[in-house]
Design a binder for this molecule. Structure first.
Ligand SMILES: *[C@@H]1O[C@H](CO)[C@@H](O)[C@H](O)[C@H]1NC(C)=O
Ligand SMILES: *[C@@H]1O[C@H](CO)[C@@H](O)[C@H](O)[C@H]1NC(C)=O
Ligand SMILES: *[C@@H]1O[C@H](CO)[C@@H](O)[C@H](O)[C@H]1NC(C)=O
Ligand SMILES: *[C@@H]1O[C@H](CO)[C@@H](O)[C@H](O)[C@H]1NC(C)=O
Ligand SMILES: *[C@@H]1O[C@H](CO)[C@@H](O)[C@H](O)[C@H]1NC(C)=O
Ligand SMILES: *[C@@H]1O[C@H](CO)[C@@H](O)[C@H](O)[C@H]1NC(C)=O
Length: 824
């Protein structure tokens, strides 16, 4: 850090003296992040601001704080902020400055990953698509046009943060910033230009003078002035390229994402905790959950191809912001345990001692004070172990777990022993939408495209992305065929080769075929039999994309749509008679008319006639509309779109994302049991086989409350909590804010069987079980029960039992009504 840089901040601070009372200096060495001279271990969690609404931010960030995080992390989403070149948008849900200030108010630090390439399963990796068509541009390499755009945007973001006083030396929360993202994965494909690009990124970033360190993830050749960091399920064996850098785990994948047609992933609380603990056992300094809250890919922000609308990620906070237990609570307890060792871990020396098969005791000792903190790890995938801790006799360490030991003999935490409650969020039907007279519909007006009328022509089949520039998922490709001889061409086979992702084929205004690709094969060759008339026939091909690629070398160049074709006709009468239309004159039109005319917006009344008779759900290229009453209370509102095909849904004019409940997940590879032991991968512990990849869609309260209308539909989530506690332990339960415990669904001290949702009384129980729990919990937001002989009036022999409880949280208040419209 240069003096000149501090000079700048000093001036800024003098001008705003009252806001910069607590400037923080950020330094580091190989074992700690050093804030104001204090050696720290930082636990951080990612929350992406555009994947929720500004209304949800305070609650999400408060829950991050309650989960004992020190910091939150977010990317910056360039495509949303600069949708048109040099026309910026930082309003509403894009007001990232406000988001960061909420974090600051909660006393959290911020890791700001500017990118501006972010990957993130986000459309086009977060790049605005207009970049693609700039003359002479090549993305993510040593290219002057690209570098200039990247620099202008990065500088814009840095300047906004400086002006808001958000960097730590200014008294703000930002302690680290990131430039580029996982470029190390693809650098080899860019040759020497890749190396010089990374050098340039580093220089450009450092020249921003932000007063806090810059990081790059997965960048083995990052310059020594930048910290190279690790992403993955585990990063314990990672070593930064510069031995003086701290060990940073920028993305601990606490779950995984889904594509349309994929099953639901799950990473256990036990294994997530094991990964974090292993990282700190091995000298980690900063660990970030990717993600702490995943949220929703609203609108068309999902990347691709085929990333689904929910970005729940099996994160500790679910898509709607609910606590996912036991993950959330189990990790919270881990954070507290790690903090007990912080002083020794950041200022001590580690010694490793083997205790046999895959068992290691790692002892951190402060040479001056003699203080100790230990990790005892058992990385065997099936063998539990017992270890002699001096003073403490045989100590039990389950397989694939790690204990944190204060003074090296007292367990403060074990990654496999979850004590947190389990929460189940049930979707309760509030209003029914299906096949009711409350639906109205209208066909998308397609007359112009049925007549082959577009906005420009070309004698070739173009790349869809280059034509639409992301303005729409839809592109019409239209051409004419003049038939002189119906004997030959009256019946023909049509063949369309497309790179994907969905195709509709219309001949003279009649839909004659549709087809879609899949995750493993986004492109396909569509074949169909058609009838052609004497004279002019119009072939209208509607190509639909489902998210643009966001990852891989040259992902930005991946072509979409019917680019290059070929599109061919084969005479049925004589299959040797082939007409290749690929070089015919093709007329193009971006988007569909209903979208241009805003049929999705309830304020649109001109140019649309909603019909209420003969409603038939599932007719392609049809808009559907209904209204529903806002469900009572403050619980998340969820739309169940089962029965619909593929489309986009809006509520009060706000797009809640693409839907595709007709796309079912593969019907194999799921299992009822999930073993946390052994290395996690995204094929482990899957669920949802044979079910829609996504059936339920989040409607943020902010959008439901926008404008009152009338009628009914939708869903809400009351809550079921479970917890168990052994003899002499304490059972703790907590309902969300504003809710109280309303019904004890199960309570048994004894040897209860089953798990949350399916508890059963075992061979014996205390007959006071239910009364004790009712007395302690009903009507309260939280309760705790000490499992002792006196509480349950236990006789001898009753002290080896367990208390299991399942209860529901209730309490709500009414609100009013909204509209909703869809396209299938
Ligand atoms: C690190 O430990 C040594 C020895 O106990 C002590 O003198 C020193 O002050 C500690 N440093 C920090 C930053 O706590
Ligand atoms: C029909 O005749 C026109 C004019 O000669 C010609 O351009 C066109 O290719 C013919 N159509 C077919 C299918 O052969
Ligand atoms: C279809 O298109 C793909 C990519 O555009 C190409 O690789 C393939 O050869 C084409 N197939 C046929 C049968 O033309
Ligand atoms: C098209 O027609 C041919 C012959 O009439 C038939 O063999 C073929 O199965 C049909 N193809 C489709 C896709 O219907
Ligand atoms: C509704 O459908 C029936 C049967 O298909 C048809 O006879 C009738 O004309 C339709 N009504 C309207 C108004 O389209
Ligand atoms: C449970 O035990 C703890 C420690 O003995 C005590 O502080 C607490 O008040 C007890 N809680 C209840 C609900 O009895």
């Amino acid at each position: 850090m240069s003096n000149a840089m501090f000079g700048t901040f000093l001036i800024a601070c003098l001008a705003l003296l009252y806001t910069c009372s607590s400037a923080t200096t950020v330094e580091y060495d190989s074992s700690a992040i050093i804030l104001n001279g204090e050696r720290k271990l930082i636990i951080s969690g990612a929350i992406h601001y555009p994947r929720s609404t500004s209304q949800m931010w305070p609650d999400l960030i408060m829950k991050a704080k309650d989960g004992d995080l020190d910091a939150i992390e977010t990317y910056i989403f360039w495509d949303l902020h600069e949708p048109v070149r040099r026309k910026y948008d930082f309003s509403g849900n894009l007001d990232f400055i406000k988001f960061l200030k909420i974090a600051q108010e909660q006393g959290l630090y911020v890791v700001l990953r500017i990118g501006p390439y972010v990957c993130a399963e986000w459309n086009y990796g977060g790049f605005p698509m207009w970049l693609h068509n700039m003359p002479g541009i090549q993305l993510r390499t040593d290219n002057a046009v690209f570098k200039e755009e990247m620099k202008i945007f990065t500088t814009k973001i840095v300047t906004m943060c400086k002006e808001a006083g958000l960097f730590a030396p200014q008294g703000g929360p930002i302690i680290l910033a990131q430039i580029e993202n996982e470029y190390g994965d693809v650098i080899s494909h860019y040759g020497e230009a890749g190396n010089s690009y990374i050098k340039w990124c580093a220089e450009m970033a450092l020249a921003q003078n932000i007063g806090v360190p810059w990081i790059m993830c997965k960048q083995k050749n990052a310059p020594a002035t930048i910290i190279d960091t690790c992403n993955g399920y585990y990063c314990d064996t990672f070593k930064p390229n510069n031995p003086k850098s701290p060990k940073i785990f920028t993305e601990n994948w606490v779950g995984w994402f889904q594509k349309w047609g994929e099953r639901r992933p799950h990473r256990t609380a036990e294994d997530s905790a094991f990964s974090v603990a292993r990282f700190f056992q091995n000298g980690g300094a900063l660990q970030n959950y990717y993600l702490y809250h995943g949220g929703t890919n609203f609108g068309r922000t999902a990347g691709g191809p085929f990333i689904i609308t929910t970005y729940d990620y099996d994160a500790p906070l679910d898509e709607y912001g609910n606590l996912i237990e036991p993950k959330y609570g189990h990790l919270k307890r881990l954070h507290a345990a790690i903090k007990l060792g912080e002083k020794v871990l950041t200022n001590g020396t580690a010694t490793w001692e083997s205790h046999g098969d895959s068992l290691w005791m790692t002892t951190y000792t402060n040479k001056g004070t003699g203080q100790k903190f230990c990790f005892l790890s058992n990385s065997h995938t099936s063998k539990d172990a017992e270890v002699d801790l001096q003073q403490d006799g045989k100590y039990y360490v389950p397989a694939w777990s790690m204990s944190l030991l204060q003074d090296c003999n007292k367990e403060v935490y074990n990654t496999a022993k979850t004590e947190a409650q389990t929460n189940i969020y049930m979707k309760q039907l509030d209003q029914k939408l299906g096949n009711s007279p409350e639906w109205s519909w209208t066909s998308d007006p397609m007359e112009d495209t049925f007549q082959g009328k577009g906005t420009f022509t070309a004698s070739q089949l173009l790349d869809q992305k280059s034509v639409t520039v992301g303005a729409s998922d839809y592109l019409w490709y239209m051409t004419e065929v003049v038939v002189n001889d119906t004997n030959t061409w009256g019946k023909a086979k049509v063949q369309v080769n497309t790179t994907g992702h969905i195709l509709y084929l219309f001949i003279n205004g009649f839909l004659t075929g549709t087809q879609h690709g899949t995750v493993s094969q986004p492109g396909f060759i569509h074949e169909g039999n058609i009838s052609l008339n004497q004279g002019t026939n119009i072939i209208s091909l509607l190509s639909v994309t489902v998210g643009h690629a966001n990852y891989g070398a040259f992902f930005d160049m991946q072509e979409t749509g019917i680019v290059g074709g070929p599109v061919k006709l084969f005479s049925i009468e004589n299959p040797n008679n082939v007409l290749d239309l690929s070089k015919s004159t093709w007329s193009y039109k971006v988007g569909i008319n209903g979208m241009t005319k805003k049929f999705y917006d309830p304020k649109t009344t001109i140019g649309v006639q909603w019909k209420t008779n003969n409603v038939s759900i599932g007719v392609p290229m049809t808009w559907y509309k209904t209204t529903f009453k806002t469900p009572d209370g403050t619980n998340p509102v969820v739309l169940d779109l089962i029965g619909l095909q593929k489309g986009e849904a809006w509520v009060n004019g706000q797009s809640i994302g693409r839907y595709w409940p007709a796309m079912l997940a593969e019907n194999k590879g799921c299992s009822d049991t999930c073993d946390y032991r052994g290395e996690y991968n995204a094929d482990k512990c899957l669920s949802g086989c044979g079910e829609p990849s996504q059936r339920f869609y989040h409607v943020p309260r902010k959008w439901v409350l926008m404008q009152p209308l009338s009628m009914r539909l939708s869903k809400q989530l009351p809550l079921v909590l479970c917890a168990t506690a052994d003899y002499e332990k304490t059972l703790e339960l907590k309902c969300p804010e504003g809710k109280t415990m309303s019904e004890i669904q199960f309570a048994s001290y004894g040897d209860p069987e089953g798990s949350c949702g399916s508890f059963k009384i075992g061979e014996w129980e205390s007959r006071y079980s239910k009364t004790v729990v009712e007395k302690a919990c009903i009507g309260k937001q939280s309760c705790s029960i000490n499992v002792t002989s006196s509480t349950f009036r236990l006789k001898k022999g009753g002290t080896n039992g367990q208390l299991a409880v399942q209860l529901s949280c209730g309490g709500s208040n009414p609100e009013d009504n909204r509209v909703q419209s869809l396209l299938a």
